[in-house]
Design a protein around this ligand. Sequence first.
Ligand SMILES: Cc1cc2nc3c(=O)[nH]c(=O)nc-3n(C[C@H](O)[C@H](O)[C@H](O)COP(=O)(O)O)c2cc1C
Length: 318
Amino acid sequence: MFSHKVCVAPMMQYTDMHDRFLLRLISKNIYLYTEMISTGSIIFGNCLDQFNYNHEEHPVAVQLGGSNPSHLAECAKTAEAYGYDEINLNVGCPSERVQKGRFGACLMLEPELVAECISSMSKNVEIPVTVKCRLGIDDREDYEFLSNFVDIVKSSGVSTFIIHARNGLLKGLSPRQNRTIPPLKYDYVYRLKEDNKELNIIINGGIKNLEETKEHLQKVDGVMIGRASYDNPFMLSKVDELFFDKPSSNKQKVEILNEYLDYVTIMSDKGYDLSRMLKHLFGLSKGDTHARAFRKKVHQSILDGDIVKSREQLLELI
Ligand SMILES: Cc1cc2nc3c(=O)[nH]c(=O)nc-3n(C[C@H](O)[C@H](O)[C@H](O)COP(=O)(O)O)c2cc1C
C-alpha cells in the first residue's frame, strides 16, 4: 500500500487528470485523488473524461459517490480494471444534489449502510477501499458521533479514514460555505487516532503549508491538502524530501512549466480542451514578482485558444 503521508484532496472541476499530471511533475510521492465520480454517471452516463487518468499519476485513487452497494461494487471493479490504486468513498459532500441521491455527507447518519458499501466493494477488488468523511452532521457535534460512525464502518475491514475536520451542515449552507463556516476541530481527529491506533487516519481541512503538515504528522498518519495546494501547487515541491525520505526533483518552476506545456500540446492535439488544461497554471506563479503578468498571459492564451504563440513568453514570465 502506498503512503498517505501527504495527499492532495479530491476537488470537483479542479483535480482533473491534467491538474494531477501537473502536481505529479512537482512531487513524485504525494497521493492524488480524482474528483468525485458518481456511480450513476459511471454505470448509466458518459464520464470517461473524468474517469481517465495518465499513467504518470500513480499513486492515484478514484473517489466514488454512491450508496448502492452493488452499483459501488460494479464501479469498483471498473476502477480496478482501469488501474487505479485505491477506491475512496465520498461521505463528506453536503451538496443538495448529492443528498437527493442519498450519498455524500448524509451517509454519516447511516454508518451500517456505509459499512455495507465498503464490504461490497472490498469483496470485489484487491485494491484498498478507503473513506473520506466529516466529523459529524448538522447538530451532531459530539466526539461520540464520530467515534460511533468509525466503530461501525471499520467493522467492514476498512483501515484508512480521511477526515475533513469540520461538521457538514445539510441545510442552509452551500458546499462552499460548508468548507469555511463550520469550525475546524483537529483535536477530534487526533483523539480518533489515539482511540484507534490500528487505523490509518488522515487529517484534512484548512491546512495551508508544509510546516502545518509537519505538526499534524506528529499526531496522525497523513495530511490531505486541498485549496492551498491548488492555489500554490509549487508549495509541494519539497514534499518528497521532507516527508518521504526521497530526493526532491529540485525542478525549477520554469522546468515544470516547460514539461506541462509539452503535455498540454500533446493532449490538445488529442482533442482535450485547452482552457481546462491551462487554468491549472494560474497558481504556479504564486508569490513571484511577475505573478500578475504570468496569470494575464495564461488568461490570454485561454482566450486565444493557442499556446504556440505564447509559449516563450509564458516561460519568460515564470
Ligand atoms: C472546488 C472544490 C471541490 C471539491 N470537490 C470535492 C470532491 O469531489 N470530493 C470530496 O470529497 N471533497 C471535495 N472537496 C472538499 C475537499 O476535498 C476538502 O475536503 C476541503 O476543501 C477541505 O480541505 P482544504 O481546506 O485543504 O481545501 C472540494 C473542495 C473544493 C474547494
